[in-house]
Structures are given as C-alpha cells and as structure tokens.
Design a binder for this molecule. Sequence first.
Ligand code: SF4
Ligand code: SF4
Length: 452
Amino acid sequence: MDRASEAVQLMWFSNGFRHGVHPPDSKELTAAVSVRRMPYPKEIALPLRQHAGKPAVPIVKPGDRVERGDTIAEPDGWVSVPIHASAAGTVRSIDWWPHPDGTVAETVLLEVDEFSPQVARPRLVPRWEGLSPQESVEAVRHAGVVGLGGAAFPTHVKLLPPEGVEVSTLLVNAAECEPYLTTDHRIMVEYAERVHFGIRVMMNALGVERTVIGVERNKPDAIERLRATAPDDLDITVEPLTVKYPQGYEKMLIKSVLGHDVPPGKLPMHVGVVVQNVGSIAAIAEVFETGLPLIERVVTVTGPGVARPSNLIVPVGAKLRDVLDFCDGLVGDVTEIVFGGPMMGASQPDLDAPIIKGTTGIVVLTREESRPRHRYPCIQCGRCLDACPVFLNPSLLGRLAQAGRYEEMVDEHLDTCMLCGCCSYVCPSNIPLSQMFSLSKAAARKRATKAA
Ligand code: SF4
Ligand code: SF4
C-alpha cells in the first residue's frame, strides 16, 4: 500500500472503537501546571515487586551504602527487571511493607543521606547508533524500564518480538484517557524532543519505519508540540483521537488509530504493532541521554482534596505521605486517595505506600466525588452492555460472580475483560462490577491451578 492510501486508511479508521464512556475529564487542575522536582525524602521504600512478571531479587543487605542509580535488586528471569536506588543512602531493612496494590510486599527500605549531593556514579552512556537492536534491548533491560502507563510491563520484552512475528508500526500511547491525570500531557508539552529521541531509539531497536502517536484531542498543546518537534528524517504521525474512555487501552488504541482488531488471546505484535506509553519512551530516551536507570518518574498529584495540585518528578519509592506533604497536604472532606485514575485506580488505605514505577498519579477525592457506596439489586437496564468496549455481558458476569460460578464466567469470556470499569461507571445500582471481575479472575486462576 502506498503512503497516500495509508494516510486515507488512517483517517478512515480514526477514533473507531465502539462503546466506552465519557466521564468528565477533570484535568483542568493540573493540565497547565509545569512539572517540578520533589526534594528527596528522608526515607525511600523500594518494593521488589513493582513490575509485571517475577519480582526482582535483592543484592544488598541492611547496613550497605548505596549511591543514586546503583542496582539493589536483580531481575529474576526474562519477564522481570532490576530495581535501582533512587537516592544515595543506607539500606535500613529488607522487610514486608505496604504496597500500592493494597497488599504487603518485600521492600528495600533506604535511609536517604541528607548531606549527599545525590550525584550518580560515573557511568557509560550507551550510544544508540553504535548498538545492535539486541544491545539496545539489553540497555533498556538493565535500566529497569517498564510501561509507565500503569501496567508496568517490562519494556525490553516488547522490544524483542519472538521469531516469525513481524512488527511494522510503533504505536505511541499518549491518549491518557483516565480522568484527572496529566502526567503524559506534561511530558509531551515539556519534553517533546526527548519523546522523539526515545521514538528514534525504539524504531531502531524494533527495525520499524513508521510511528503513530495517538493523543486525545483534549491536549491540543501536546499535539502541536509533538508535530512542531518531529524530526524530518523519521516517519512520525501525530493522530488526534476522540476523548473517550478507555481510548488508552492497547486494543482500543490499535482499533482507533490503525483499524486493526487484535483477536482475543493475541498480542498487539500479532497484528504487527508494538504499543508503548509515551512516558516510557521518554524514560528510554533518558537511558540513552544520561546512562541513568529508571529511578524517578512524573506523577500527577491532583483532585479537590489536595491543597496544591501538581505535576511532580518523584523519586521511585517516595512515600505517599511525603508527596502529599510536598503538595501542602490535604484540604476538605477527603474520603479516598487513589493511585492511578478514578476509573481504574486503587484506593490507598496506608499513607506509607510508596510511589512505584507504574504510579501515574495520586487523586485525592472528597465526599462529593467519591464512588457511591450503597448498592442496589440489578434492574436489568442493559447500560453495562452498551458501555462494555469488548462486548461482554457484565450484568450476567456479575450474577455469576456473586454466585461464585467462576468456570461459567470463563465460558462467558471473563479473560477478555480489561477491568476498565466502564460497566461499574454506568451502573445505576452502583454494583462494583469491575472489582468483582478482578476478584473473579484471581479466583478462577486459583481454581485452574489447583485442578492442574
Ligand atoms: S470492566 Fe470488563 S466487563 Fe466491565 S466494561 Fe470493562 S471490559 Fe467490559
Ligand atoms: S448496569 Fe447495573 S443495573 Fe443495569 S443491567 Fe448492568 S448490572 Fe444491572
């Protein structure tokens, strides 16, 4: 297909996934707020489990001195990444600690050296031009880069498709469809050149010749900046997208931008596409600019319950209480603090929970915006069916979940559920459908393992 036909095809398929919801985007609190750097807190908590795949294995012990950027835990296998010290200091303990997912996890606790200049040890900066694709992938792996959009899937795995799988397009996920969050938005506006450099490195590693960046239309300044800074020698298209949740889910994004359906059980690479979050691409660029691993990230701190809504560069492992303190604390009748957005995010019961690599934002909700608690019976209104972007029957799945009939849920394609929360959002009976499906998935997996 020639380039003109491809462009027509892009326009034709644009914004094409069906169903979904339109929650208020609530991004005005931080959309125009420049990113600033949070100072180093007194203590850093680095969970060994902060990426998809196997947790990292610690290589330090209590009493060890570490410098900023030092490796403190090695990956355990291919689908795993190392963890690095985000500040210079001394290892105080390796113990169980509150994790943002609501459980506890083995965590390296660092006492930060308050007199340290926080300068990393001298290190070699990898030069992407001189590296083979395999060497670039290794550099990304050693830097501990994961998907920064929330899923925290190790990036190096996506960069090395299995033999026989041909990738032709890099699709940059810059939709940021979750309400409130402006992390990716600010990265695109303030670090657009870095994003393009990261794209260059990724295109080289993947051997692809085309990149499309999908950005929701509610970020016109980001679209403009990305277009204005795109290098002439690369085929990069910036594609404005309808503001609709969950536009940023990989399969929805592929459908919207490229018109491809990813069959159930298959990955984007099976339709020739690698999808990468825009923040992760900026993180890859930093590895090849500074040699530093992933030890900090941009986090939106927002919501009506925070005194000074901000976009911050936060050291990975900073505690929730320290980040909130830096934003001048809480205001109003705060009822819920969520990591991630309100649609998909996880409520935080403990202020000691740390920011991890996948933490996109902290949303502080007051009584007015909190999710309704009182639950009524299903009235068979069908709204959840009209909202589900993958055409499931959430009402039926909800009844099966309530009865603990997990095997039947699997027959009803529970695996296809992305836990996007659209069904819960529209349900007039306040049935927490997506939370029920999340628990059901875990229960179904457990039963299947037991039976095997
Ligand atoms: S949470 Fe699952 S069932 Fe509900 S709308 Fe999303 S994909 Fe559909
Ligand atoms: S939206 Fe809620 S009340 Fe309506 S059919 Fe679905 S589960 Fe039942």
